[in-house]
Write a protein that binds this ligand. Structure first.
Ligand code: NI
Length: 258
């Protein structure tokens, strides 16, 4: 079985499925996807994310505010804690730092404050934190250390950074998750990083509807395509598809179910 450890089911392009999410979910199931983690990116839309998880036994969800969404300034530890009490909520996030799109120090400060609050909430409820990081390596690692993120654990999702960053996260006890980006032609450095990540810390994801893997690159992504990511990562690690399915599913359970 496959697990898509990070997808945004409330944002999928359903035009090929009569606008019916269930059809997209069933297609994923038909390709061996046994579980999907639907990741929240705003508080405003959390109810939609939770409703999808509540309606499907094989879907869990998370609560958080993505660093690129303007609500970062509104992040409240109490709100995160309250919403994470629901049994369907298995993680806090996605949170983190993204300095790629906004270069102002005012914005970076807001992102950092929000990131810290997410980790504080995650530690209080003892659930792992889902971290997005781009162009902010040192600040991400500093905050993970300062806020003692090793105590709640977590994952660097849709990983695109270098080996030093991966190593530092692994040293903190974190998992590293690879998306379709690892299949892209120009991602040879990332493939080298992926090969070095120990199998017992590896996760796979689609981050759908974004970042469809080869051969669907440029199209809208969906959880069914985690199969292509899994096959690709299996090949990189010279193990079978069945082995990567078993290993990443077990890792998912270890991190998110405890
Ligand atoms: Ni995401």
């Amino acid at each position: 079985m496959l697990i898509d450890s990070h997808c945004h089911l409330d944002r999928l392009d359903l035009s090929a499925y009569d606008n019916d999410l269930n059809q997209a979910l069933n297609f994923a199931r038909s390709r061996g996807v046994a579980h999907m983690l639907c990741v929240g990116i705003t508080i405003d839309k959390f109810a939609d994310v939770l409703a999808i998880a509540e309606a499907n036994e094989d879907i869990s969800c998370s609560v958080g505010i993505h660093p690129l969404y303007d609500a970062v300034a509104k992040t409240q530890v109490d709100t995160l804690i309250e919403k994470s009490q629901h049994p369907k909520v298995v993680a806090i996030g996605e949170t983190g730092l993204d300095y790629f799109y906004n270069k102002t120090s005012e914005n970076h400060t807001l992102q950092q404050q929000s990131f810290r609050k997410h980790i504080q909430a995650a530690r209080q409820v003892n659930k792992p934190v889902i971290v997005h990081t781009r162009d902010a390596r040192q600040d991400t690692l500093d905050i993970l250390h300062e806020e003692k993120a090793n105590e709640c654990g977590g994952v660097l999702h849709c990983f695109t950074e270098n080996w030093d960053m991966a190593k530092a996260a692994l040293d903190l006890g974190f998992y590293i998750s690879f998306s379709g980006i690892v299949t892209f032609k120009n991602a040879s450095e990332l493939r080298d990083v992926c090969k070095k990540v120990p199998l017992d810390r590896l996760l796979i994801e689609t981050d759908s509807p974004y970042l469809a893997p080869v051969p669907y690159r440029g199209k809208s992504n969906q959880p069914a395509y985690v199969k292509e990511v899994g096959q690709f990562v299996a090949d990189l690690h010279h193990i079978s598809f069945e082995e990567i399915c078993d290993i990443t599913s077990q890792n998912f359970k270890n991190l998110f179910v405890g």
